[in-house]
Design a binder for this molecule. Structure first.
Ligand code: 5GP
Ligand code: MN
Length: 331
């Protein structure tokens, strides 16, 4: 039996052996971490266990159609006065990605880390990591099978949503035969693909369009046109009323430009703090660049958060790209 199979069985045993769980989705939650957290919750319900799902901040309301969404507690607004001995983190590449949740861990807490990021540092006591999985939701499906959990339409909605969002609507290069086979199975449980795509991929907020319009004015091509970057200042966010969540996805406009190898977005979420998103087209491994700057992710999609003024942060990222591309920013 492979180590991965063994870890799935260990995870299922862990879920059976404890009674109350803390489930954690990663900071700035996306469709995969949210769906995977809710899938874990549904699996625990089947075992008649109790749980609390937390996120350091707010989970985007566009995922509000997912079952048990209303159970997710936002720690920024909702204090929690309990400590947990059994903890499950989903889609978090390192312990920092769990956010400020440590105070909820009992001293003897056992941590189950379920993830698919190549930069995962195995921070759990039990680590279920498959870096060639397209989404953590794909691993959740395999956990359900390995643990003999029953499938329901609700679980299928979670798995399908995680797969859909982390493959960019079944378009990215991580869209494997396994992904399509699992997605097809989920449809047989009654998942409505059009409705989920509408909620997760098609519908955008007015604030997103407003911040898009502003950020496009900042478009800059550097490194002999191999790098395209967009910037959003904190004033841009304040003026348009956009949240940092509204600014997610901007990076794709940069990366999608013909001939561009790396797309970047620099979003000053709070003055002096810049969230950097990196997307590569073919040969640059942006996860290495993000990791060297304190973040992580996948070869073609990665991110990090850096303290500093926008121009200074841009220079730091550009310098890393000079090395990766063998071209300097001003060429
Ligand atoms: P995004 O740019 O959409 O926030 O993130 C792209 C990918 O990089 C996602 O897989 C996300 O989990 C990962 N990522 C983004 N920011 C960080 C970070 O600060 N640390 C780590 N380890 N991964 C990140
Ligand atoms: Mn993911």
């Amino acid at each position: 039996m492979s180590d991965y199979r063994r870890s799935l069985e260990e995870a299922a045993r862990f879920m059976r052996d404890h009674d109350r769980f803390l489930i954690i989705s990663h900071v700035n939650p996306d469709g995969d971490t949210t769906s995977s957290a809710l899938a874990a919750a549904l699996m625990l319900e089947e075992l008649r266990k109790t749980y609390v799902i937390v996120n350091e901040g707010e989970t985007p309301s566009k995922f509000g159609f997912l079952p048990r969404f209303e159970q997710i507690r936002n720690l920024a607004t909702d204090q929690l006065d309990e400590s947990f001995s059994a903890v499950i983190a989903v889609d978090a590449a390192d312990s920092l990605r769990m956010g400020g949740v440590r105070h909820l861990f009992a001293p003897d807490a056992i941590l189950l880390n379920i993830d698919h990021h190549p930069t995962n540092d195995s921070f759990g006591h039990i680590n279920v990591i498959r870096t060639d999985a397209a989404a953590t939701a794909e691993i959740m499906f395999e956990l359900m099978e390995a643990g003999g959990f029953g499938f329901t339409k609700e679980l299928a909605m979670c798995i399908y949503t995680g797969l859909l969002t982390d493959t960019g609507g079944f378009r990215y290069s991580n869209t494997s035969p396994n992904v399509m086979e699992i997605a097809a199975k989920m449809l047989r449980y009654g998942v409505k693909p059009g409705e989920i795509a509408e909620r997760c991929l098609e519908e955008i907020t007015l604030e997103h369009v407003q911040i898009l319009r502003r950020s496009l004015q900042s478009l800059r091509l550097t490194h002999n046109n191999l790098v395209a970057s967009l910037r959003v200042t904190h004033d841009d966010l304040a003026d348009t009323g956009a949240s940092s969540e509204d600014a997610s996805g901007l990076v794709n406009y940069a990366r999608n430009i013909e001939g561009v190898e790396v797309g970047l977005s620099f979003v000053e979420t709070v003055p002096g703090i810049v969230k950097v998103s990196l997307r590569a087209r073919s040969f640059v491994d942006v996860s290495r660049i993000a990791k060297s700057l304190g973040g992580g992710g996948h070869a073609k999609a990665a991110g990090c958060t850096i303290k500093g003024e926008l121009a200074e942060v841009e220079q730091r990222v550009f310098a890393r790209l000079n090395d990766a591309l063998g071209v300097s920013a001003d060429e």
